[in-house]
Design a protein around this ligand. Structure first.
Ligand code: FES
Length: 122
């Protein structure tokens, strides 16, 4: 006896599944945030290692990473931190202090007071 299928249903789907929902469908990926802290010459002299340590001391949300990075070409504005959020333009933060770490981790949008004015015009 042949099976009767509902409109749009494929042979391996149960009636309550739509064509876009399959049992082995992987969950949507979480947003990813990468934070790079310059650990080069001028920034190191301005305590960028303390900024990196402060960021690493915080429990990071899922999908967030903190890394030591190289020179970002804004040496006189250090310590410099770049934040890359999936689906958004990078944020270039300057003159970052260890006390800013928690706010950087928690922020879902760019922190205007930390944005490098030479690179961000909003
Ligand atoms: S030394 Fe940090 S941006 Fe150049």
């Amino acid at each position: 006896m042949s099976e009767v299928l509902n409109s749009g249903q494929t042979p391996n789907q149960t009636p309550d599944q739509t064509p876009s929902q399959t049992p082995d469908q992987t969950p949507a990926t979480e947003p990813k945030t990468s934070i790079w802290v310059c650990q080069y010459d001028n920034c190191l002299r301005k305590r960028s290692e303390a900024v990196l340590n402060a960021l690493n001391a915080i429990e990071l949300p899922a999908g967030t990473t903190v890394s030591a990075g190289g020179c970002q070409g804004q040496c006189h504005m250090g310590p410099n931190v770049q934040v890359f959020r999936s689906g958004d333009r990078p944020s270039w933060y300057c003159e970052v202090k260890p006390e800013d770490a928690e706010e950087i981790i928690q922020a879902m949008t760019p922190i205007k007071r930390l944005l490098n004015p030479r690179l961000h015009f909003y």
